[in-house]
Design a binder for this molecule. Structure first.
Ligand code: PDD
Length: 288
């Protein structure tokens, strides 16, 4: 079955789906994106993701490429045409096509929209969560507006590759004061010895994860305390548990940090309960 992508008004065969060479996303990373999980035929937290897209667009003075309702329709249509029941939908908006110039185009340009969807195997993800993942730490070297979900991800790409080169699965950015910011594509959490969840406040220093927000509600439903505060690499290494959250990983236990096992080096029970309870609490929109 051919994969189908939506590109600027057309549903095209995935291999033939192209953007213009002067798309400002391609040349200048002048664009924003969202990734939503699709689980059992439902789009997870679509409202949260589209609200954040709206914020990212406003922060960069970009227009919606189509109305929000139309985008919701396109998202569902791409999922339907690709027969995705479990997987991810990717939404990218760039400032559009214009002769290369660093400043915004002076003539009005329609922002460009790409939507793709791909399948993922929920059993494989569950198996991964049973094993947990390992992380390394890297110095924070990103710009100071990482709260905007832009496609300018080169530092994140290099951090993730450093993790892969070290035989790990994720890299955590660390500030000069030794505190953990977030992962290359995930938010970072620890569980303290008294069972509280700790994650960095979502100010301008990290991306305000949609999964992070839902996990806070899940924690509340499980009577777990959440503290939004900075934590150091050492505190994480000696924590009861550590885990990451994102639309792509939901809740994924972290079993070692820079080669040091977290607790006994196996996934902990808190991360597991949060993962198990996640879909009961998350907002679910039918995908078609
Ligand atoms: N990444 N922090 C960063 C830097 C991210 O890129 C992401 C998501 C998150 C978690 O956000 P959310 O819970 O809304 O997915 C935190 C997506 C999944 C990606 O780039 O593929």
């Amino acid at each position: 079955m051919p994969r189908i992508a939506y590109v600027n008004g057309r549903y095209a065969n995935h291999n033939d789906a192209m953007v213009h060479v002067e798309d400002r996303g391609y040349q200048l990373a002048d664009g924003v994106y969202e990734v939503c999980e699709i689980s059992r035929g439902f789009i997870i937290d679509m409202k949260g993701h589209l609200d954040r897209l709206d914020r990212s667009l406003r922060e960069l003075r970009m227009e919606w490429p189509v109305e929000r309702k139309a985008l919701e329709f396109i998202i569902r249509e791409v999922i339907r045409r690709n027969h995705v029941r479990n997987g991810l939908v990717y939404i990218q908006v760039t400032r559009g096509v214009a002769p290369r110039d660093h400043a915004f185009p002076t003539k009005p340009v329609r922002s460009a929209l790409v939507v793709t969807a791909k399948r993922a195997d929920p059993m494989a993800a569950a198996k991964k969560a049973e094993k947990g993942m390992t992380v390394i730490t890297v110095p924070e070297n990103r710009w100071d507006r990482v709260d905007i979900k832009t496609i300018g991800l080169l530092p994140n790409v290099l951090a993730r590759q450093a993790a892969v080169d070290a035989g790990a699965q994720e890299a955590w950015f660390v500030d000069p004061d030794g505190t953990v910011k977030e992962g290359a594509s995930t938010n970072a959490w620890i569980v303290t010895t008294d069972g509280s969840l700790v994650t960095r406040p979502a100010d301008f220093g990290i991306l305000r994860g949609i999964t992070r927000a839902t996990v806070m509600k899940v924690a509340d439903s499980l009577d777990l305390k959440v503290e939004e505060r900075a934590f150091s690499v050492e505190e994480a290494q000696s924590a009861r548990e550590a885990f990451v959250t994102s639309a792509t990983s939901v809740v994924m236990p972290v079993v070692s940090i820079d080669g040091k096992p977290v607790a006994n080096g196996h996934p902990g029970t808190v991360a597991r309960s949060l993962r198990d309870a996640f879909f009961a609490i998350a907002e679910k929109s039918p995908s078609c």
